[in-house]
Design a protein around this ligand. Structure first.
Ligand code: GLV
Ligand code: MN
Ligand code: MN
Ligand code: MN
Length: 417
């Protein structure tokens, strides 16, 4: 079977999808901001549904807004092959993160249809709700619910910065019904595959078109609420201050120091947000909220970092008279890819004479949670300079085309068995 990926069609759809964005134009590249359940997110969903309908796929939306696009197999009683990713984008991001796995998945299905392929197992494309943590503070909302990793009650009670609950926001966006209906049974997918840009520099550096992901690193995130004592920036004497931002600065540096201290390249720690109260140049900060993102392929080593940070926090509190409250947002285990899918991907690459390497994903993906209910693997393609979560994120049409053709060939193999 000759599978022909239509790169013009796919590139123009990626461009069209990027136009649904709340980011102001950027000189750095195509800036995309598409936060879950904003009007741009909803417009992007409609755009995708229109394309999928045209491709003859059957659509199902669940209560949290995950969208399933199904190509019925000749034996619909068999568990389907699943693929997909996300279309939401963090503020001021690029146009390839997630979208390549969604529109690329659609293109893989269309290419298989156009090649005259008829799958025995159904093939299902999935667009996940809120892979990014931007609005509700926790990533992979859709896949956590699909896999039963997050309780429906906890999910519905999540709030955004305007104190609106997920339940309110999703209902207003047209996704109603109980979240308890979202979970998929274990074994729902026979095999699951996600195509994604690498978001790191290794494939490009090594001149390799494909990465086969063997494991996904374990992410954790925490919030820290610091409370000191504020007041007039001129009048409050320096020796009497309990400046919450100075304490936060020490906490941030503790994260950096303790993360580096593991000596492992796979341990990464980032404090990416800080909310300062009252946030005025002439007022001593009385309250600060920080969000920490901590990851490692080894969850025990990740835990040792947060424990070291906690010891430093005890010392910072004693020294500065500032109280620090920690809240765990999530601490997830890593995921391992399935040997059968990895072997199928290797065979596809070898048959097509495509060079590849096996590698770990340091970014998290919805596949991390799909791994709890299904055998998974991921396909990575190189992106320029390894850049991601920035407007200058770029993957060439050729690189995307290679990824889509590997995805299509692998799905064809897996769907035939
Ligand atoms: C998801 O975008 C991540 O932060 O890995
Ligand atoms: Mn991302
Ligand atoms: Mn992504
Ligand atoms: Mn991601």
């Amino acid at each position: 079977m000759k599978i022909a990926v239509n790169l013009d069609r796919l590139s123009s759809e990626l461009e069209d999808l990027a136009s649904f964005s709340d980011a102001p134009p950027s000189e750095e590249g195509t800036a995309v901001t598409r936060v879950v359940f904003t009007s741009t997110d909803l417009e992007a969903r409609t755009f995708l549904e229109t394309l999928a309908e045209k491709a003859g796929l059957r659509i199902r939306r669940d209560a949290v807004g995950n969208i399933f696009f199904r190509w019925e197999g000749s034996d619909p009683s068999l568990a389907p092959i699943g693929t997909g990713s996300h279309t939401d984008a963090i503020p001021h991001a690029g146009m390839y993160d997630g979208t390549v796995g969604v529109l690329g998945g659609l293109e893989a299905i269309r290419a298989l249809k156009e090649a005259g392929f008829q799958p025995k197992r159904s093939i299902e494309l999935l667009m996940f709700t809120s892979e990014e943590p931007t609005r509700f503070g926790i990533g992979c909302l859709g896949s956590r619910l699909l896999s039963g990793t997050l309780s429906p009650e906890k999910a519905d009670a999540l709030i955004d910065k305007h104190e609106r609950t997920l339940e309110e926001v999703r209902t207003a966006a047209g996704f109603s019904g109980g979240l308890d209906t979202v979970k998929l049974p274990a074994g729902y997918y026979h095999h699951w595959l996600e195509l994604h840009i690498e978001q790191g520099p290794l494939l490009e550096r090594e001149g390799l078109p494909i990465g086969i992901v063997t494991a996904i690193a374990a992410p954790a995130s925490y919030k820290f609420y610091l409370e000191g004592f504020g007041g007039h920036a001129g009048a409050l004497l320096m020796p009497e201050r309990k400046d919450a931002l100075c304490a936060a600065a020490e906490l941030i540096l503790s994260v950096e120091r303790n993360t580096l201290a593991t000596g492992a390249i796979d341990t990464v720690g980032t404090v990416g947000t800080a909310q300062i109260h009252p946030g005025a140049v002439n007022s001593v900060p009385s309250r600060v909220t920080l969000e920490l993102d901590l990851r490692d392929i080894d969850p025990a080593r990740r835990e040792s970092v947060i424990e070291a940070v906690r010891r430093d926090i005890a010392a910072i509190q004693a020294k500065r008279g500032v109280t620090v409250r920690e809240e765990l947002v999530n601490a997830d285990p890593p995921a391992t890819s399935d040997a059968t899918i990895v072997a199928a991907l290797e065979e596809v690459c070898r048959d097509a004479k495509i060079l590849y390497k096996k590698m770990v994903s340091r970014a998290y993906h919805d596949s991390l949670f799909m791994a709890r209910i299904s055998p998974i693997a991921m396909i990575f393609i190189p992106c320029r300079n390894g850049v991601s979560h920035r407007p200058d994120e770029y993957a060439s049409p050729e690189a995307i085309g290679t990824g889509v053709s590997v995805l299509a060939a692998a799905m064809a193999r897996l769907a035939a068995q």
